[in-house]
Design a protein around this ligand. Structure first.
Ligand code: ATP
Ligand code: MG
Length: 421
């Protein structure tokens, strides 16, 4: 019986992996323009790290985490908590007062697998630690927008402010009063949430609840002076950078740590999996995790969703890969001769392939075509005896005879020159 991958876990195979590399390359290019450094963290962390940061009363911590109960460790469901743990552990705030960090890797959540929703999925995560400046909020959103534009995917940016510990409790009370009046018309989840996390009622996907909260008070109108000023400055920054956005008073995000700015990049092309990226500010979080009093902001992009969008666009042809030279040895003697030659060509930097199955010339030429080889070197037993091989330029179809040098190094240098002409 064959064994398949677990439900919600996927292989990324050749033909598809090129798109992933492309997404990652574009991200690295854009992130470095904004002066970000890469950081890599382990996949396993203490469960408490996520309970304390993401929050006990969130979907992630309540029901989505892969936790080894006996060991109290969890496979990271997102990157921010681990990144901050590493930031604190290595005292990165001492090295540099403002750290701009990004990380790319797999995350794990036990969700119902669907298109664009997996149990092992991949995020590109970006964080700026050490500044409360609203310009940085605008800069980060602008960087996300620049990345998505360069990739060629169309999204809209939605933004909200969730206030701070000074103003959110007041809003919570106002909202709670509003919810109490309509409790009998809300879904069971929302009734439960209204006591633990009433803000979550605002972003319930249930149409019944949506209708009920349509007239709900807006947090944007209940911000304290400092948060209101911050929110205005973020919008001014976005205007200066000419980033399109809209305000969404219902966006609360599923993680407890956010303060002030929150945002999402939304696509219309992936059905229910509409968010390709999301994030926000978390000014109290580093301190809550035992670190210094340092503000922060960040966001994460979902790579599966980006790749799906690129695949749907179809313009992106998947396989553009190319090799420099295919060395066709015909027969055992010739194969024995080309085997070390191929190795030397690879040492010298040429992308080189050969056949190991003793195939015919015709079939080896087919292979070379499939691999999109720039050149093919043909060496049969006769050629070997006569000391002459044929080098074929696959683009121009031109062939030339070249003298076989029994010294592999010399032969390789000659081929290097010809192939790099
Ligand atoms: P959603 O509302 O789609 O569940 P989320 O709010 O849980 O998303 P975040 O925790 O903010 O997502 O993660 C940031 C991004 O990571 C999302 O915008 C999405 O693109 C991606 N993402 C989150 N969960 C998954 C998943 N299970 N599979 C694939 N991508 C995901
Ligand atoms: Mg989710």
């Amino acid at each position: 019986m064959k064994i398949s991958a677990l439900n919600g876990f996927k292989d990324i195979i050749p033909g598809e992996v090129e798109l992933w590399q492309h997404v990652e390359n574009v991200a690295r290019d854009i992130f470095s323009r904004f002066n970000f450094s890469e950081i890599r963290m382990p996949i396993l962390e203490k469960t408490d790290l996520f309970a304390r940061s993401i929050g006990e009363a969130t979907d992630i911590v309540e029901k989505e985490m892969y936790t080894f109960i006996d060991k109290q460790i969890t496979m990271r469901p997102e990157a921010t908590a681990s990144l901050l743990r590493a930031y604190i552990q290595h005292g990165l705030h001492v090295q540099k007062p403002v750290q701009r960090l990004f990380t790319i890797g797999p995350m794990f959540r036990h969700e119902r697998p669907q298109k664009g929703r997996l149990r092992q999925f991949h995020q590109m995560d970006v964080e700026v630690l050490g500044t409360p400046n609203p310009r940085v909020d605008a800069e980060l959103m602008a960087m996300g927008a620049m990345f998505l534009e360069k990739l060629g995917v169309t999204v809209s940016l939605e933004m909200n402010s969730l206030g701070c510990p000074a103003c959110r409790p007041g809003f919570r009370e106002t909202l709670l009063a509003f919810i109490e009046e309509r409790k009998d018309k809300l879904c069971d989840d929302c009734v439960r949430r209204s006591t633990t996390n009433p803000l979550r009622v605002l972003d319930c996907k249930n149409p019944k609840c949506r209708e009920q909260v349509e007239e709900a008070p807006s947090i944007q109108e209940h911000l304290c002076d400092d948060c209101a000023e911050h929110f205005t400055s973020v919008q001014k920054g976005l205007d200066q950078l000419k980033v399109d956005y809209s305000l969404n008073k219902f966006m609360v995000r599923g993680l407890d740590y956010y303060t002030r700015t929150t945002f999402e990049f939304i696509t219309k092309d992936l059905g229910a999996q509409a968010a390709v990226g999301a994030g926000g500010r978390y000014d109290g979080l580093v301190e809550k995790l035992g670190g210094p009093k340092v503000p922060g902001i960040g966001f994460a992009l979902g790579m599966e969703r980006l790749v799906l969008l690129l695949q749907q666009k179809e313009e992106q042809k998947t396989d553009n890969s190319k090799i420099d030279i295919f060395v066709a040895g015909l027969g055992e003697k010739a194969s024995e001769f080309v085997f070390p030659l191929v190795h030397i060509l690879r040492q010298q930097g040429l992308q080189t392939a050969m056949d190991h199955e003793g195939r015919s010339l015709k079939s080896q030429m087919k292979q070379a075509n499939k691999l999109n080889a720039g050149y093919v070197l043909i060496i049969g037993e006769n050629e070997l005896e006569q000391g002459q091989a044929v080098l074929r330029n696959m683009a121009t179809q031109e062939q030339q005879e070249i003298t076989i040098d029994s010294d592999n190094m010399k032969m390789a240098s000659l081929l290097m020159k010809k192939c790099r002409q």
